[in-house]
Design a protein around this ligand. Sequence first.
Ligand code: AMP
Length: 543
Amino acid sequence: MLGLMQDRPLLISQLIEFAAENHGDTEIVSRRVEGDIHRYTYRDARHRAKQMAEALVGLGIKPGDRIGTLAWNGYRHFELYYAISGMGAVCHTINPRLFPEQIVYIVNHAEDRILFVDANLLPLVEKLAPQFKGVRHIVAMTDRAHLPAGLAIPNLLVYEELISGKPGTYEWPEFDEKTASSLCYTSGTTGNPKGVLYSHRSTLLHAYGSALPDTLNVSARSVVLPVVPMFHVNAWGLPYSGCLAGAKLVFPGAALDGASLYELYENEKVTHTAGVPTIWLGLLNHMQSKGLKLSTLKYAVVGGSAAPPAMIETFQRAFGVEVLHAWGMTEMSPLGTVNTLKHKQLALPADQQLQVRLKQGRAVFGVDMKIVDDKGKDLPRDGKAFGDLLVRGPWIVSRYFRDEGGDPLREGGWFPTGDVATIDPDGFMQITDRSKDVIKSGGEWISSIDLENAAMAHPAIAEAAVIGVAHPKWDERPLMIVVPRPGANLTREAVLDFLKDKIAKWWMPDDVQFVEAIPHTATGKILKTKLRDDFKAYKLPTA
Ligand code: AMP
C-alpha cells in the first residue's frame, strides 16, 4: 500500500523561494571582485536569479545544458546556482586554480555552452578561450564599467546587461527531482578529473542533513561565511543550507587572507565559517600577530584535510571558537561526518576530549559507513582496527559523469572513499590516511596524518608533510618534510626529539628535510604526488 501524502519533487528552486518568502529581508553580503562590499536580501537574490533564468532562456539554453562558472564566492555566483539549476540546466562550477590544461579538459568534457567568469579571471579565460570547443558565450560577471580594458574575447557578454530590463517573473518549472542540477569535477591527483553530477534530490537531502544541530547547526540566527569556494563541492552545500535555514550569508570574494576575512567576521557579526586548514593557518597567524579577538564567531568548520590539534586548540582556547571537524568528498556532496561531542565525551578531561575532537566525527544521518580489510571483510568499530572506508547514501555518487572510470561501487552499493579509517564504538570515525599515502613499513601501516599532526604542534613548525620512501629492509619508511616558521632555528634532532613521546617508536621518521614551501592541490590539500616526485632521488640515511 502506498502512502497518501503529496508527491512534490524536491527542487533547488524551492530553496530560494522559501528563503525569499520567509526570510525576504535577510541579508546576503559580498566582498566583490570590484573591491567594494555589496549587500542585498534573499528577496533581491530571487528576483535577479529569475531575471538570469529569463536571460538564459533568451540565449537558447535548454534543460540539461551545462553552464560553467569560473568565479569566487559572491552574490552573482549565488544567483547563478539558482538560475541555472532552477531552470533545469546544470551548473558546472570550475576551480580556477586548476592547471589551465585541466580547465580546458573539463570545459570540453562537460560540453559547457556558456561560461560565466569573474572579472579578475577573464585574462585567464582569454588565453584558454580558443581551445573551448562548445562554448557559445562567455559572460563577464560584472557591469560594463568594471570590465578589464583591452580584453580580446570575441562576443563577450556582460552579466548586468544580460539581466537588465528582464521582468524577473520567471516561473520555476517542475520536473523530476532526480534531474541533474550541478556538476563538480574531482581534483584527482592522478589521471583526468572526473565529474560528479549532483541531482536536485541529492542536493536538497544534503542541505537538510547538513543544517542539523549536530552537523553544521545552521539556523535563521546564523551568519554564515563560507571561505570554502563555491567551485569546490558547492561550498560544502552552504549556499543551499543557508537558504533552507534562512541564515544571513557573507561571501568573501577572492580575498581569503587573514586580514580580509577578519574584517568581515567582525563587521558582519559572523557566527559560522567553513574552510580548509591552510586558510585557518593564515587567519590564526594574522589574529595572533596583531593581538586580535573574535567577538561573534562561534563555529569554524574545518575539513578537506585533517584539522591539526594545535589548530583545534588555538581556535578554542585563544578565540573561543568551536572547531567542527568535518570530513567528506566531492563524491559525497560533500558531507559525510562532523565532529560534535555527546555528553559522554564532554565529561572527559580536556586532553582526552582533544583526542576525540581530532577525529573526523560521526556520520550524518543518510550516510552509511563501514571499514573493511584488504579482502573486503568488515572490521569492528573498536576505534583501533583500521581499514578501507566505504560509504553509501542518497547524496553519494553512483557513477561518474559520462561513465568515466566505469562502475566505482562495490557489492552492496558501497562507494570506496580511498581513505583508511577507524570507527570507535560511539561512531566517531578517524581518517588515518589516504590509501595511497599510508606508509607500509614491514607489513604494518604507519599513518602519515598522525605524524604530521604530531609535528604541527611544534611552535617552530609552520607545516609538515610525511611521505613513505623506499627502504631495502622495511619496504617503506617515513620521511618528514618540514616548513619552519619564519626566523625559526630548527634542526632535524629537535624535530625528532619533539616527536619522541608523541608517537610509537617504530613510527619515528627516518629523516627530516627542510623546505621553504610544501606543494598544495588546487583545493588546499598537501600534494603528496608532487612531494614524492620532488624526493624521488632522495635516499634515506637508514637505507
Ligand atoms: P575532495 O573531493 O577534493 O574534497 O577530497 C576528498 C578527500 O579529502 C577525502 O577523501 C579525504 O582524503 C580528504 N579529507 C576531507 N576532509 C578531511 C578531514 N577532515 N581529514 C582528513 N582528510 C580529509
